[in-house]
Design a protein around this ligand. Sequence first.
Ligand SMILES: NC(=O)C1=CN([C@@H]2O[C@H](COP(=O)(O)OP(=O)(O)OC[C@H]3O[C@@H](n4cnc5c(N)ncnc54)[C@H](OP(=O)(O)O)[C@@H]3O)[C@@H](O)[C@H]2O)C=CC1
Ligand SMILES: N[C@@H](CC(=O)OP(=O)(O)O)C(=O)O
Length: 360
Amino acid sequence: MDQPKLRVGILGATGAVGQKFVELLADHPWFEISVLAASDRSAGKPYREAAHWIGTRPIPPQVADQEVVPISTELDCDFVFSGLSASVAGEIEHQLAEAGYPVISNARNHRMREDVPLLIPEINPDHTALIERQPWRARGGFIVTNPNCSTVGLVCALYPLVKTFGVTQVHVTTLQALSGAGYPGVPSLDATANVIPFIGGEEEKMATEPRKILGKLVDGRVEPAAIQISAQCNRVPVLEGHLECISVKLARAASVEEVRAALQTFRSPIADLQLPTAPDPLLQVFDEPHFPQPRRHAELGRGMTVSIGRIRPCEVFDVKFVALVHNTIRGAAGGAVLNAELLVRQGYLKPRRSLIVAEA
Ligand SMILES: NC(=O)C1=CN([C@@H]2O[C@H](COP(=O)(O)OP(=O)(O)OC[C@H]3O[C@@H](n4cnc5c(N)ncnc54)[C@H](OP(=O)(O)O)[C@@H]3O)[C@@H](O)[C@H]2O)C=CC1
Ligand SMILES: N[C@@H](CC(=O)OP(=O)(O)O)C(=O)O
């Protein structure tokens, strides 16, 4: 890109997802970190003191001593990424959009709002048109969200089948990593050598979010896809990577080989946009019967690839397989960064100063 880097703020920069944003944005070719914002507990401290750093690489040196600031409507940046706790994200993101900031959010609060895109660039890049219906648009502000981490893996795996054969019913059972619960997350006495068969709100999100993402944009509104989804969600003692066992009823009959071919040959509609964070290919299909595995494959495509394996006939529906998604990269910070890259290419993200000058 032949223009200066856009200056970004990270809301919730000290949290588990905020730290992933810091890692992914430290050397980003289009964006530079300008603001690190968190709660009053962290404000005023250097980032290395405020964040309990859980990354496996050191804190990027350019932000280690940067002061964490409180969240306000006068942040010195062109747009913000939100990795805020859902307990506060709804109100804060709303205020920032109202103040004219584009908000690229990872939190659940605004995902199902009618005028907010629930975006996976490889699946529904056209849904960004919803931005034009948002009440904050005239002042330059808007909100775009990315889906729940398990939803992302499910929808990426389903999309080629939806396009090629149609899908009517889905049953999915998840095995979700501990990092999905943030830090410090699940108590060690619950998590160690154990499985917890409940993640609050997760099954409801998996049943509803895919219908919006796979929905069609008609007269500026999303008509949800008519797919029935039943989800069962479990927390397992894995660090990163949600594994999902998926059974699918197709709208028209297809052999396992046809299903495999649809997944293997899927080409993303944004493949030619050369977005820095987009994986190529989006889907990695394994033939080995014991793949994909979280420890071995979650990092594929720098954590942005969705891996698929064990494609076989289903005795109840038509076909079943396993999918793996990196929950804090593709399912969280990396997904949001890719959303922002698409918004740059579509002309929605620009230097904020130029908008303010144009308004004056
Ligand atoms: N972990 C994951 O895999 C995924 C998480 N998400 C979502 O991403 C968001 C962040 O999750 P995660 O990083 O795990 O959560 P954490 O609890 O680790 O981090 C929460 C962040 O929010 C900040 N915060 C909390 N209260 C306030 C407040 N009153 N004002 C300003 N900032 C505040 C915290 O700042 P401070 O440190 O100062 O308290 C911290 O930076 C959540 O909405 C979560 O649901 C989505 C998909 C996947
Ligand atoms: N619930 C997810 C993480 C999460 O916070 O999801 P959401 O952003 O949809 O609330 C997990 O535990 O793995």
